[in-house]
Design a protein around this ligand. Structure first.
Ligand SMILES: Cc1cc2nc3c(=O)[nH]c(=O)nc-3n(C[C@H](O)[C@H](O)[C@H](O)COP(=O)(O)OP(=O)(O)OC[C@H]3O[C@@H](n4cnc5c(N)ncnc54)[C@H](O)[C@@H]3O)c2cc1C
Length: 479
């Protein structure tokens, strides 16, 4: 949501989201949807009822087709963009100055395009990965699952629990996750560990609900969890973005976030190169920065998958479950599932520690604390968030270019940075920490912040601003 705010679309995403944040921020574990609630988690997935200090935006639960609606609107409204829905890329050939693409529409009419750069955002089944000679490496879970979208007008009135964005059904005969897609009659459900060919979807839903509700099936979607990352993200002018580059199990809800993070990372870098102030190291840094984040995210999502709804208790005869059994399940759930719902350490706390354009980033600790988010102003990390005196977020001032956050005592250095940036035609804004505390001091004289909010460099003073800027813009030694 912070990255959507950066693009100017966060409000629109909230406007079209069918479940407002105020409706619920909880995940509930129950025997069946209409059966007893066992335990619940609050403030899941960054969903908070009020503004928080550590982030410019709160989380938002939203079905993917609604996000895609906002993305389509944004592309279609942007001058210079042409959206060609229904066309697919059938061939991609790189030459010295660009990329030649062959595209085809639904009636197999074909056309040719020339591009300076190509982002392969074409998902797991796309063609770009193969076209650049890359392949996924990793593994897949053995269990298959069935995703379902359905309508049921009489279901919500039967649910006596407080609202939740997810209901986890721990009944061993019908382990599942389910939730409302809107405040009308639309629901989603994932039946865990079922062979799609052997099951009746309506029966699965009724089993998880614990009542013979009327169901109008909208769609069914069998899937298995995959832990895959492409062995290369780039070949010259073509880059892999999103699921085309990595696939993680959906537990924790990190797939879409990670793709948006990729898009922001490569987006400003290509813009910098096209505008002439960015160098090739900037493009090279995309894989060095984003691939380790994909690996880290896959590891966290795989850990979430170790205990699923059907694994919480081994007595399959629910009629025998006593209050003591339910207390045991509640304790086990709290002990094993917290990181799946509270993962700000993973989502906001990641750092680019192996990047050619952030050489001073300290190495990440071997063990990531997924749940605990500790903001820090080290190179590689996301600039710790703060609200400014006028009520805006510090990220709103960063905009599409670099920002130098400077204490008043570092004013001379900040001016030299500005001069050196101007010489390189590199847009740079200086934000001075002042006594009126418009910007709270980060405890260091100078912090160079990139357009994606990550810190490129920091120091008490700076004798060589030109070198620092050349490294950050990926143009060391004039490259
Ligand atoms: C069951 C399940 C639950 C999930 N839950 C969550 C969740 O809660 N939160 C979350 O963040 N993520 C979740 N995800 C993951 C999320 O859906 C993906 O990470 C996300 O859709 C990836 O977006 P993408 O744009 O990279 O790829 P996709 O959504 O796969 O889009 C790729 C697009 O490229 C198009 N395409 C393919 N080939 C070509 C071609 N040759 N030319 C042109 N176009 C082409 C496709 O038609 C498609 O439209 C879940 C995934 C699953 C399976």
């Amino acid at each position: 949501m912070e990255l959507f705010r950066r693009w100017g679309w966060a409000d629109r995403v909230r406007e079209v989201a069918p479940l407002p944040v105020e409706w619920s921020n909880a995940v509930s574990f129950c025997v069946t949807l209409t059966g007893q609630e066992i335990t619940r988690f609050d403030h899941c997935f960054g969903l908070y009822p009020d503004r928080v200090d550590f982030a410019s935006e709160l989380g938002q639960q939203i079905p993917q087709p609604f996000v895609e609606l906002v993305l389509r609107e944004a592309v279609q409204a942007r001058p210079g963009c042409t959206s060609m829905l229904g066309w697919r890329v059938t061939d991609l050939v790189q030459h010295a100055d660009g990329v030649h693409l062959t595209i085809a529409d639904e009636s197999n009419r074909s056309a040719q395009l020339e591009a300076s750069y190509v982002l392969g955002c074409d998902g797991a089944q796309g063609m770009t990965r193969q076209a650049i000679g890359a392949k996924y490496v990793g593994s897949a879970d053995q269990r298959s699952n069935l995703g379902m979208v359905f309508r049921s007008a009489d279901l919500w009135p039967l649910v006596s629990h407080r609202p939740a964005v997810h209901y986890w059904i721990v009944h061993p005969g019908n382990p599942a996750l389910m939730g409302r897609l809107d405040l009308d009659d639309r629901w989603w459900m994932i039946a865990l560990g079922v062979q799609p060919d052997d099951v009746d979807p309506t029966k699965l839903i009724r089993g998880a609900v614990g009542a013979a509700v009327d169901v109008e099936m909208v769609s069914t979607d069998p899937w298995t969890a995959k832990m895959l990352v492409a062995d290369a993200y780039r070949q010259r002018r073509v880059f892999l973005v999103g699921d085309a580059a990595h696939l993680n199990p959906p537990f924790g809800g990190h797939g879409f976030n990670t793709g948006i993070g990729d898009a922001v990372n490569i987006g400003w870098k290509i813009a910098a190169v096209v505008k002439g102030w960015g160098g090739d190291d900037l493009l090279e840094s995309y894989e060095a920065e984003r691939r380790p984040i994909a690996v880290q995210t896959i590891d966290a999502a795989q850990a979430n998958m170790r205990v699923l709804a059907g694994d919480l208790y081994d007595n399959p005869d629910v009629s025998q479950w006593t209050d003591e059994d339910l207390r045991f399940i509640a304790g086990r759930t709290q002990a094993t599932k917290d990181a799946e719902f509270h993962s700000l350490g993973l989502v906001l706390g990641y750092s680019y520690d192996a990047s050619p354009v952030i050489p001073d980033a300290p190495p990440r600790s071997e063990t990531l604390d997924v749940t605990e988010f500790q903001p820090n102003a080290e190179p590689g990390s996301r600039l710790p968030h703060q609200w400014l005196r006028d009520g805006s977020s510090i990220y709103d001032t960063v905009g599409p270019n670099f920002v130098l956050v400077s204490s008043t005592s570092a004013k001379g250095d900040a001016e030299r940075f500005s001069d050196e940036a101007a010489e390189r035609h590199m847009p740079l804004k200086v934000l001075t920490v002042d006594d009126g505390a418009t910007v709270t001091d980060y405890g260091v004289g100078l912090i160079l912040v990139r357009p994606d909010h990550h810190i490129a460099w920091r120091g008490a003073t700076c004798p060589n601003p030109g070198e620092i800027l050349d490294t950050a813009r990926g143009a060391c030694a004039g490259r």
